[in-house]
Design a protein around this ligand. Structure first.
Ligand code: ATP
Length: 358
């Protein structure tokens, strides 16, 4: 498997710029997620890498081989790239074995052992080999699509929102099976998604896109803990964003006086906390208090919306055992440090779409 390098790639459709100055390096044998809201250019970038479209400027290389740019244009079928589309794209009239075999060189197509190995790699029983796609669940179809893409031992595998049509339970299992199969095959892979949980849980690196630009490229933990701006922060997870005043190196805000992860200049800032940093207790008079607006119970944990005396609403994420009742008065304490960002317009709470100039 090879690395992927994208250098200063731009693309417009008519007069509309869709990608601007994209630089990206995906190391060999790693999985990178392209994450961003609808219309930010993720699929267009994937299609340029695959060779389904040509960039206006810039260069794309698979390993040391330039596949587009610098006067070269290798056609899609000669790039050695496997592609898993949104809905699998299996041939409905062919069996699973024939679908997987379709990806193999002609002389290997009748090699049942190879097809069986590929099915095992994606966690499917060999007994499914003679079924047709309509006799499989959506998750099984996506695994077959991955087996077909991996069959010719491609240099790189591209996956375009491969789990978007699956329901929540199937999505989780299929994600895990696909991530394991990609790792076991040593594949270098690029996955397009607009689902931040999917990107954070599956990828080695996440490339966040906004308005046709790459705005942060980091491993999932760095991205979640050290987002470069508040738009990225709120896009990659639930957030508590508050106005604060830095005095003596600490942030004075509606939730008390908090340590800062990287203390900066004194004065007005905005701070970011994650909802799991908020702990609730009995009102003591010492800690800031809030009234519980509502509790969304998810089983393993719960999201609690809290109204502060100032009218601001913040979110806490608690494990599902001891939850407050709607309307209860609680105290709030904060664990860990806050991240500082430049002061801006009124504080916003919760996730919102990343938007930006085109
Ligand atoms: P989604 O998550 O909704 O699939 P995306 O991030 O993958 O979105 P793209 O499909 O890459 O976004 O589209 C980026 C922009 O380019 C959109 O505004 C889209 O309308 C436009 N676009 C994409 N393909 C074409 C095309 N062939 N001709 C004209 N405009 C296009």
């Amino acid at each position: 498997m090879s690395s992927l390098t994208v250098q200063d790639v731009t693309k417009s459709f008519g007069a509309t710029p869709v990608l601007t100055g994209i630089d990206l390096h995906v190391p060999s044998r790693s999985l990178t997620a392209l994450l961003g809201p609808s219309g930010c250019g993720k699929t267009t970038l994937l299609r340029l890498i695959a060779g389904f479209e040509d960039p206006d400027t810039g260069r794309i290389a698979v390993g040391d081989r330039t596949v587009t740019g610098a006067g070269r244009g290798v056609p899609a079928r000669r790039r050695g790239i496997g592609f898993v589309p949104q809905e699998g794209g299996l041939f409905p009239h062919l069996t699973v074995a024939a679908n997987v075999g379709f990806g193999l060189p002609r002389r290997e197509r009748r090699d049942r052992g190879r097809v069986r190995d590929l099915l095992a790699l994606v966690g499917l029983d060999a007994a499914l080999a003679e079924r047709h796609p309509h006799q499989l669940s959506g998750g099984q179809q996506q695994r077959v699509a991955l087996a077909r893409a991996l069959a010719p031992r491609p240099s790189l595998v591209l996956l375009d929102e491969p789990f978007s049509s699956l329901d929540a339970a199937l999505r989780e299992d299929t994600r895990q099976a696909v991530a394991e199969a990609l790792r076991a095959s040593g594949a270098t892979a690029v996955l397009v998604t607009h689902d931040q949980a999917e990107a954070l849980s599956m990828a080695d690196q996440v490339a966040v896109m906004r308005g046709g630009r790459l705005v942060q490229f980091a491993d999932p933990q760095t991205l979640y803990r050290h987002p470069l701006d508040l738009d990225i922060a709120t896009f990659v997870g639930d957030s508590v964003v508050l106005d604060a005043d830095v005095r003596g190196g600490r942030a004075h805000c509606a939730l008390g006086v908090l340590p800062l992860e990287r203390p900066g200049p004194e004065g007005a800032i905005r701070i970011l906390l994650r909802p799991e940093q908020l702990q609730l207790g009995e009102p003591t008079g010492a800690a800031p208090t809030a009234r519980v607006h509502s509790v969304d119970f998810y089983g393993h944990d719960a999201r609690v919306l809290l109204d502060l005396p100032s009218g601001l609403r913040v979110t806490a994420r608690l494990d599902g055992h001891e939850l407050p009742a709607d309307g209860a008065e609680v105290s709030i304490s904060v664990t860990g440090a806050a991240l500082a960002f430049p002061a801006g317009p009124a504080a916003e709470v919760g996730r919102r779409e990343l938007t930006g100039p085109r």
